[in-house]
Ligand binder design. Structure first.
Ligand code: SAM
Length: 291
């Protein structure tokens, strides 16, 4: 099949696809309905930029054909590739470091004491929107560091989820370039990272086995968990959601935060001041009161 570039006899390198208003609206509605992500008019060039290479490799001529192919695909593969292209996975170890300090110095000791009082040695931590794994691995390192030799007495892993299958594959591999790991405190990187051939860094098996990565869409109206979590991290994804979507997500998080448990959101994200659910503890950290 001739593609749009050949049809116009343009060299592939410089050919640019165009998107009609209707095509952009269709794609924007799809992204909103399925993933909660809001694309305003200013994101038009970004959408073209992110999708045109994909369309070209798939031999698809127009955004309309592409949209139809997503709707008619029953395997879910086309949608999965689409979301891999449409999501922004920017992250790095120890991003917004005040949160990790608060996690290890305050939140973790508090919930651990609560659990010990109840004689429950099961700590549940969920990193929602974990992207390529830097955030949950950072938390796992801090947890091991906090517990030390007591770690093995606890049932204390992490669940880490993201909508992007590509991000989850990178996360599972646990291999990172210099610039992604440079903010990790030295005592943790010396202990839990290993330099590998080619100059990258590999997260130790000791840490990797503590993190269970799963693909999960935060837009699911019911969360499939049997129990709540002591600590939830959901940072720098709600910036892509509108107010209604954020509010309904916060309600679902609340249902799955154990009394006395914490929710961490990104520093640039907002929680409605009038919300009556969590108590704000420090910027972007919230606690569910004990019953
Ligand atoms: C900018 S990254 C944030 C990564 C990390 N939490 C941090 O703060 O560095 C946002 C992540 O949210 C994920 N995401 C976007 N929409 C989502 C959804 N509906 N459900 C689950 N994850 C989603 C993206 O795939 C992306 O990996």
């Amino acid at each position: 099949m001739r593609n749009a570039y050949e049809a116009h006899n343009l060299p592939n390198a410089i050919a640019a696809m165009t998107i009609t208003d209707q095509e952009f609206d269709q794609i924007r509605s799809l992204v909103y309905d399925r993933f909660g992500i809001t694309l305003n008019d200013g994101k038009r060039t970004l959408v073209i930029g992110r999708l045109q290479k994909l369309l070209k490799t798939e031999g698809i001529r127009t955004f309309k054909d592409y949209y139809d192919s997503i709707l008619t695909d029953t395997t879910g593969r086309v949608l999965s590739k689409f979301v891999n292209r449409m999501t922004t996975n920017y992250t790095f170890f120890n991003r917004e470091k005040e949160h990790f300090e608060f996690f290890s110095k305050t939140a973790l000791p508090k919930v651990v004491t609560q659990l010990e009082q109840k004689k429950e040695k099961k700590l549940r931590v969920w990193c929602a929107a974990c992207s390529t794994g830097e955030e949950p691995y950072m938390l796992a390192m801090l947890m091991q560091d906090f517990f030390g030799h007591r770690y093995k007495e606890w049932d204390a892993g992490l669940l880490a989820t993201d909508i992007s299958s590509r991000a989850i594959s990178v996360a599972k591999a646990g291999i990172y370039a210099d610039e992604r790991v440079e903010k990790i405190p030295g005592h943790l990187s010396r202990r839990y990272l290993k330099r590998i051939r080619g100059g990258d860094w590999a997260v130790s098996e000791e840490i990797k086995r503590e993190v269970c990565f799963r693909r999960f869409n935060l837009m699911n109206t019911t969360f499939p968990f049997k129990e709540g979590f002591d600590i939830i991290f959901c940072r720098n994804v709600m910036i892509y959601f509108d107010k209604a979507t954020r509010e309904s997500l916060i309600k679902r998080f609340y249902q799955f935060t154990k009394p006395g448990g914490y929710l961490f959101i990104g520093h640039s994200e907002t929680m409605d001041r009038k919300q009556q659910l969590y108590k704000n503890i420090i910027p972007a950290v919230f606690r569910r009161e004990t019953d």
